[in-house]
Ligand binder design. Structure first.
Ligand code: ATP
Length: 237
C-alpha cells in the first residue's frame, strides 16, 4: 500500500522555484532514501511535504487523503513527524522535558507516557541522561533525542533531514540500525534525506535521486548499492 503519494509537486521561495514537478510514491513500512547534491532540493521537499513551504503546484496524498489545506500543526496529528536538519532539540531543557514537548498535544496521556518509556528503552544513552540539558548532550545523543521526541507522536511516517550530520560513523550506524529496526518491528515508514549515501542505502528499500529540484531517478536501493555504473552516473561515485 502507498502511504505517501506525491504528484507533480512544485514549490519555491518567493518567486524562486526550487521543486519542479516532483513525483514520488512511498510504500507503507519501507525506508526511502532521498539523495542528491547540495542544493538539489531535498530539504525543500521535506519542508513542502509538511506544509512549511507552500506548494505552487501538484498535490500530496497521505494514506489516501489529500493534504491540501492541512495546517502545519495538524500534520503530526495525522501521523507525519518531521525531524529537521539541525535537530531542533531545546538546549535549555532537559532530555525529559524535551521528550515531554513531543507529547504535549496528545490527549491519550497514558500512551504518551508509554511511548516515552519505549523511547528510553530504545535509546539507552537518553535514559541515563534524563536530567541532562540539551546543550550538555553529544551530537549523537541530540540526534537520538530529536528522533525520540518525534516517535512520541507515534507517527506512521517519519521525515528525517540529514540525521547523520556531524555524527561519528559508529553513531551514524546506530541511528541507521535503529531506523531499520523500527521499520521491521512497527511498520514505520521513513523518508530519509542523507548526504551520507552509503549509510542511507545500507538500510533503504527505495532510492530517489534529486537534481536541480527534480527527481531524476527512483529505483530499488539494492540497485544503487550494487550497480557501480548507475551510482557513478547519478551520484558521482
Ligand atoms: P542541502 O543538502 O545543502 O541542504 P538540499 O538538497 O536539501 O541541499 P535545499 O536546501 O532544499 O537543497 O535547497 C534547494 C535550493 O533552494 C537551493 O538553491 C537553495 O539555495 C534554495 N533555498 C533553500 N532555502 C531557501 C530559502 N529559505 N530562501 C531562498 N532559497 C532557499
Amino acid at each position: 500500500m502507498t502511504l505517501l503519494e506525491v504528484k507533480d509537486l512544485s514549490s519555491g521561495y518567493g518567486a524562486v522555484p526550487v521543486l519542479r514537478e516532483v513525483n514520488l510514491e512511498v510504500p507503507q513500512g519501507t525506508i526511502t532514501a532521498v539523495l542528491g547534491a547540495n542544493g538539489a532540493g531535498k530539504t525543500t521537499l521535506l519542508r513542502t511535504l509538511t506544509g512549511l513551504v507552500k506548494p505552487t503546484g501538484g498535490r500530496v496524498a497521505f494514506n489516501g487523503t489529500d493534504l491540501r489545506g492541512c495546517k502545519v500543526e495538524d500534520y503530526v496529528q495525522r501521523g507525519i513527524a518531521h525531524v529537521p536538519e539541525g535537530r531542533g532539540v531545546v538546549a535549555e531543557l532537559t532530555v525529559e522535558e524535551n521528550l515531554r514537548l513531543g507529547g504535549l498535544w496528545r490527549k491519550d496521556r497514558a500512551d504518551a507516557k508509554k511511548a516515552t518509556d519505549e523511547v528510553y528503552e530504545l535509546f539507552e544513552p537518553l535514559a541515563r541522561r534524563r536530567r541532562s540539558l540539551g546543550h550538555q548532550l553529544s551530537g549523537g545523543e541530540r540526534q537520538m533525542l530529536a528522533v525520540g521526541r518525534a516517535l512520541i507522536a507515534r507517527p506512521r511516517l517519519l521525515l528525517l533531514d540529514e540525521p547523520s550530520l556531524g555524527l561519528a560513523p559508529k553513531v551514524t550506524a546506530q541511528i541507521m540500525a535503529l531506523l531499520r529496526s523500527l521499520r521491521d518491528s512497527t511498520g514505520l515508514t521513513v523518508l530519509l534525506v542523507e548526504q551520507n549515501v552509503r549509510s542511507a542505502l545500507s538500510i533503504a528499500d527505495q532510492g530517489v535521486v534529486m537534481s536541480l529540484g527534480r527527481v531524476v531517478m527512483t529505483t530499488d536501493a539494492d540497485r544503487l548499492r550494487d550497480d557501480e555504473s548507475l551510482r557513478h552516473a547519478y551520484l558521482g561515485f
